[in-house]
Design a protein around this ligand. Structure first.
Ligand SMILES: [Zn+2]
Length: 428
């Protein structure tokens, strides 16, 4: 059994303490712990957090291994401080059967840089017509609890209602990509002043908000649980706030890029800023930050969406939508939420570990840093500032909107059940 003593870390941003890992668990947390027989990691000044949990990752395997694999995606996750990721179902083939979700789950087990929890599709082939085998996916070895057609919206109200009814039986959750398809036909960016000036097809906020409004009402009607992916507008925040005040069982996520970037970036015509849902306005960004701070938005999820160079290095209209995010998420959250005084590190631990683990039922993750808990931990040098260099990414893809941008914070160590996956910023 190997012992590791993390010395003098600010646990969840609090007073410096020692944390002793013994084997797979946290054995002791306290002052001046005995280092005998332990490997010592000097952590003075650094912040120790529970391993981060991402409820929204695209690992692309099976089918698009040119953009990411379970191995490269989980290495990117470990680099970013994550110990568990939920893998979205829009692979080729689609993860809509027990066989495919078990394949993804098994690949995660084999590669071991972080735990991989597959998300099952809501409908067969993500086609929105026929419910997938939700029960079989739940009962499979993968134990699926989160279902999503992400990339596409479950726009048929009857199908959405049935899905909510079905998952209720086993405490699952439907994660909705809220995008009314007719209102967003041909849309290239946020509908507003900038889209009018650039002459690009607009994506109105109401296309997102109308689906969220319908789905929280459906969740209330059925008495089930719904999760809303990547909220991007101030109006969406208002609807979720209203739904929660009514006692509706809804949770919501925001991506790091929607906390930082606006549709002004589209003026560059650089497809790296093309994403679904689109970057919105300064007013939306402010509302999203406030909602994450006050808990209306429960979690930060990356929507890590790797694409090969050729799918992004083209004209705006032809470019694929999405950005990589696992390796920069914590830095963007520090920049937008911590350094602005909106959230402390305990708040970050909640929004990026405790709450996502709770929503997705990720056993052993999102646990307090205390004796007897699994040693899923991440150590962050919050004093660091540096430019983002995609050449150093572990992800197979490089489509980051932050290239050359200075951001704070750097994950130096990640431990998955006591085993180091990242040491001094280098993957093991
Ligand atoms: Zn989505």
């Amino acid at each position: 059994m190997s012992k590791i003593l993390i010395r003098g870390a600010k646990v969840l941003g609090g007073a410096p303490q020692d944390v002793l890992i013994d084997g797979e668990i946290v054995a002791e947390v306290g002052d001046g712990l005995n280092a005998e027989g332990a490997e010592v990691v000097e952590a003075a000044g650094k912040v120790l957090l529970p391993g981060l949990v991402d409820l929204h990752t695209h690992l692309r395997e099976p089918g698009r291994e040119d953009s990411e694999t379970v191995l490269t995606g989980t290495r990117a996750a470990a680099s970013g401080g994550y110990t568990a990721v939920f893998a979205m179902a829009n692979t080729f083939p689609v993860a809509d059967t027990a066989g495919v979700v078990e394949q993804v789950w098994r690949l995660g087990k084999e590669h071991g840089y972080c735990d991989v929890q597959p998300i099952g599709a809501v409908t067969v082939g993500l086609e929105g017509r026929k419910l997938a085998e939700l029960g079989a996916m739940h009962e499979s070895a993968a134990g699926v609890t989160v279902f999503s057609d992400d990339g596409k919206c479950v726009d048929d109200a009857v199908i959405m209602r049935r899905a909510l009814e079905y998952v209720k039986a086993f405490g699952g959750v439907v994660a909705q990509h809220a995008q009314e398809p007719r209102l967003t036909e041909g849309a290239q960016m946020n509908e507003g002043v900038v889209s009018a000036e650039l002459g690009l097809g607009g994506w109105p906020a109401v296309a997102e908000e109308s689906v969220i409004a319908r789905d929280v009402l459906l969740a209330e009607h059925v008495g089930s649980r719904v999760h809303i992916c990547h909220l991007s507008t101030a109006g969406s925040v208002e609807i979720v706030r209203w739904a929660k005040s009514r006692g509706i069982d809804v949770t919501a996520e925001v991506t790091p890029h929607h906390l930082l970037l606006t549709d002004e970036m589209v003026r560059t015509y650089n497809p790296v800023y093309k994403v679904n849902p689109p970057l919105r306005t300064e007013r939306d960004v402010r509302a999203l930050r406030e909602a994450l701070a006050d808990g209306t938005i429960d979690i930060v999820a990356t929507d890590h969406a790797p694409h090969p160079h050729e799918d992004k290095d083209c004209e705006w209209a032809a470019a694929a939508m999405g950005m990589v995010g696992l390796e920069t998420a914590l830095s963007v959250v520090q920049e937008t939420m911590v350094d602005t005084g909106l959230l402390d590190w305990a708040g970050v631990a909640d929004r990026m570990s405790f709450a996502p683990a709770r929503i997705g039922r990720a056993t052993g993750h999102g646990r307090p840093v205390s004796a007897g808990e699994p040693a899923n931990l991440t150590l962050v040098d919050t004093e660091y500032r540096g430019q983002v260099d995609p050449a150093g990414f572990a992800s197979r893809s490089r489509n980051t909107p932050y290239e050359g941008r200075e951001l704070p914070g750097r994950v130096t160590h990640t431990w998955l059940r006591g085993k180091a996956t990242l040491v001094d910023g280098k993957l093991t």
